[in-house]
Design a protein around this ligand. Structure first.
Ligand code: ARG
Length: 475
């Protein structure tokens, strides 16, 4: 392990290098290397602050910044790579700096620790990638909204307990999958405001005896403010846990959408047909067309929830301040981002290219006595207490069910036999179109409210588009 000592940031008081087993357990550079651009941005800000404090002269600052730029280019091109001897991204980049600057490279670490560095890097990384996730979420929300616009007056059998309940429009149903995504975007923006705190300047845990300027660093890195407590700054991973709650809940939303697509595309429902490009076949059954994207959405929610549970569990018993356990915060966060960045475009493509079988949906809308509530409401409008109206309608359903006929297929005499309150004019409410048209209150499934809702959703999506392209981390 002689090599390990050469690049290590902490060899001074040790007589020998780390055991191989320790080095292998401890190394994180294979996953934290993706923090490199953020670590370099933080290093630039730190170098400027050291210079302002008189700890680097102007010439040294110039050389330092040039070397950091050169190192960034070398990282981007792949010319500079971490090696197995580099414990983590910070170690690797310090090696790169020293390769370029010699002893001057060793000055940058003054007043800074990997504890405040890694917390800073991860905040920068997550805030930056949050925008990318917002873009991907918007793509899916757009696909759903466009399909909703196309099916704004397509009747469908709205369900509770997967049983036909009341007619709705399919557009209303699809928009019901957009609202959770809008809330996810809102949640992300709220999270972002809390994540916009800069830990840099907190050092290992106690701040620094050097005249640093945490506010200047915070500003340069696009943070709203420096941390108010150096111990909290290096111990806090709420921003990771909260981010993972966001990704877990997105996972749950995508899973519920996925489950519906699985149902809709089944032989039994037959409401939706997937485009060939977004469906898969079977290796043995030539006729099969499977909704694998929808199933993967359902399945991947497991790992997204798992990431949140892993980080909360890792954090729960940790004494302040930094503990090495916290290195376990990164892989779940990175995996959640990678997972959603794979899943969301596939779902967006699947939704935007699917064909909605409007004929089958409309035919299914009144099936299963889904207009029974219309009869009860008709009675209520005639002053029958709802409790009684419910009872009368139940009897009518039972009669129809025993005869195998629909609600509007019984005779005038039958109506009278079921209840003195029923008469043939009740048939006016026994159509899907009249049931939908009767729903005029805001938020309901009637054509008017759904049109208003659609316009509102489109407007809100446009607002989010502006947020998603905001640049948070200055380059
Ligand atoms: N790789 C470490 C992590 O991700 C960096 C911080 C190391 N700090 C320390 N005191 N060992 O948490």
């Amino acid at each position: 392990m002689a090599e390990a000592q050469k690049t290590s940031l902490w060899g001074g008081r040790f007589t020998g290098g780390p055991a191989d087993a320790l080095a292998r357990l401890s190394v994180s550079v294979q996953f934290d290397w993706r923090l490199a651009p953020y670590d370099l941005a933080a290093s630039r800000a730190h170098a400027r602050v050291l210079a302002a404090a008189g700890l680097l002269d102007p010439e040294e600052l110039g050389k330092m910044l040039a070397a950091l730029d050169d190192l960034e280019a070398a990282c981007a091109s792949g010319e500079f790579r971490p090696t197995v001897e580099d414990e983590d991204v910070h170690t690797a980049l310090e090696r790169g700096l020293i390769e370029r600057l010699g002893t001057l490279g060793g000055k940058l670490r003054a007043g800074r620790s990997r504890n405040d560095q890694v917390a800073t890097d991860l905040r920068l990384y997550l805030r930056d990638h949050a925008r990318g996730l917002a873009v991907a979420l918007l793509e899916l929300a757009d696909a759903l909204t466009e399909q909703a616009a196309a099916t704004i007056d397509t009747p469908a059998p709205g369900m509770t307990h997967v049983q036909h309940a009341q007619p709705v429009t399919f557009g209303h149903w699809l928009l019901a999958h957009v609202h959770p995504l809008l809330r996810d975007l809102e949640r992300l923006k709220d999270w972002d405001a809390r994540a916009a705190i800069s830990p840099l300047g907190s050092g290992a845990l106690a701040g620094s005896s050097l005249p640093l300027d945490p506010a200047a660093v915070a500003k340069e890195l696009g943070f709203a403010a420096p941390a108010a407590n150096s111990m909290d700054a290096v111990a806090d991973r709420d921003f990771v846990a909260e981010f993972l709650f966001f990704t877990a809940l997105v996972g749950v939303h995508l899973s519920r959408l996925g489950e519906e697509v699985v149902l809709w595309t089944s032989q039994e429902f037959g409401w939706v047909e997937l485009d060939d490009a977004f469906a898969t076949g079977s290796s043995i059954m030539p006729q099969k067309k499977n909704a694998d994207i929808a199933e993967l959405a359902r399945g991947k929610s497991g790992r997204l929830i798992g990431g949140l549970v892993a980080v909360l569990t890792m954090l729960k018993g940790l004494p302040l301040t930094y503990d090495r356990d916290m290195q376990e915060d990164k892989e779940p966060a990175f995996d959640a981002i990678d997972t959603l960045q794979l899943l969301l475009p596939a779902l967006a493509g699947m939704i935007s290219t699917m064909t909605v079988r409007t004929d089958r949906l409309a035919a299914a809308a009144p099936v299963g006595y889904s207009l029974a509530t219309e009869v009860a409401d008709w009675l209520v409008r005639r002053n029958v207490p709802f409790r009684e109206a419910h009872e009368i309608t139940g009897k009518l359903v039972a009669l129809c069910s025993s005869r195998g006929c629909e609600l509007d297929e019984v005779t005038d005499d039958d109506l009278k036999t079921v209840s003195e309150h029923l008469d043939p004019t009740v048939r006016q409410v026994l159509s899907v179109d009249s049931a939908l048209a009767a729903r005029t209150t805001p938020g309901s499934t009637g054509p008017g409210p759904v049109a208003e809702q659609l316009a509102m959703v489109q407007h809100r999506l446009d607002t989010w588009r502006l947020w998603a392209i905001e640049q948070v981390v200055p380059r």
